[in-house]
Design a protein around this ligand. Structure first.
Ligand code: 0O2
Length: 212
């Protein structure tokens, strides 16, 4: 494919990413308005770089004419949450939406990757109306906590910079850092639960006093 062909190929993915970003940002503001707390902290999106598409196609032996069905993360959306519980809430909201089709999900939180990577991935089929007609593209929605995102962003840039040459001891330290990030997630969730419980008890006591 030359540059022009790539532009045509990637156009519906770019449109899908832009539309999905708007939808999840709207979900965030709507939930914040209705419930005062939004399980979504922020949303980002990207179309996979051509070099990264070619690398993945080569690694998975995907023919060039099957890139659209063989590579599921050409369109990628990332949803960052404060807490692990929020990830499951957002995943449920995604599963029940009617404006795209849920395909399948990968729970890399329970089944974290060898690198230490944790995130919840949902693959959806997204309908796109382009100037030339209707099509559908696959998109990968990654849902993660802020701590998971912190780890993944740094690990990704180190891997990108040093390719295969990251020394084993660095990989091991990164894996331990991923565990530390997950321990932080659990601790923050526990602190939050304690504060919420204390608040409920306080409100119950206050309402008893008010009725006396
Ligand atoms: P980008 O944004 O294109 O540069 P895989 O073999 O991991 O490529 P798999 O197992 O099907 O494929 O995973 P999946 O669900 O397609 O996820 C691939 C994407 O998940 C990656 O895209 C990353 O965004 C993220 N990811 C998966 N494993 C790791 C990991 O060990 N570290 C980090 N930092 N991210 C990971 P690309 O292609 O890397 O990113």
């Amino acid at each position: 494919m030359d540059g022009r062909d790539w532009n045509f190929f990637l156009q519906p993915y770019e449109q899908a990413v832009e539309e999905l970003k708007v939808k999840f940002k709207t979900m965030r503001s709507e939930l914040k308005m209705r419930e005062a707390y939004a399980p979504i902290e922020f949303v980002t999106g990207r179309v996979k770089r051509i070099s990264s598409i070619l690398d993945k196609a080569k690694r998975l032996s995907i023919p060039m004419d099957q890139l659209d069905s063989g590579i599921e993360d050409i369109a990628g959306i990332r949803i960052m949450c404060q807490f692990v519980d929020d990830i499951h809430r957002v995943a449920e909201l995604i599963r029940t939406r009617k404006d795209f089709t849920f395909v399948y999900e990968k729970d890399y939180i329970t089944n974290f990757k060898e690198s230490g990577y944790r995130s919840y991935h949902i693959i959806v089929q997204y309908p796109v109306q382009t100037a030339l007609g209707y099509t559908e593209v696959l998109a990968e929605i990654q849902i993660r906590t802020l701590a998971m995102n912190f780890w993944a962003t740094i690990e990704h840039s180190l891997n990108y910079k040093f390719k295969e040459s990251l020394p084993d001891d660095v990989r091991l330290r990164l894996k331990k850092a991923a565990e530390a990030a997950y321990a932080l997630d659990r601790e923050m969730a526990s602190i939050r639960r304690e504060i919420l419980d204390a608040q409920i008890n306080f409100e119950e006591e206050a309402s008893v006093v008010a009725t006396i």
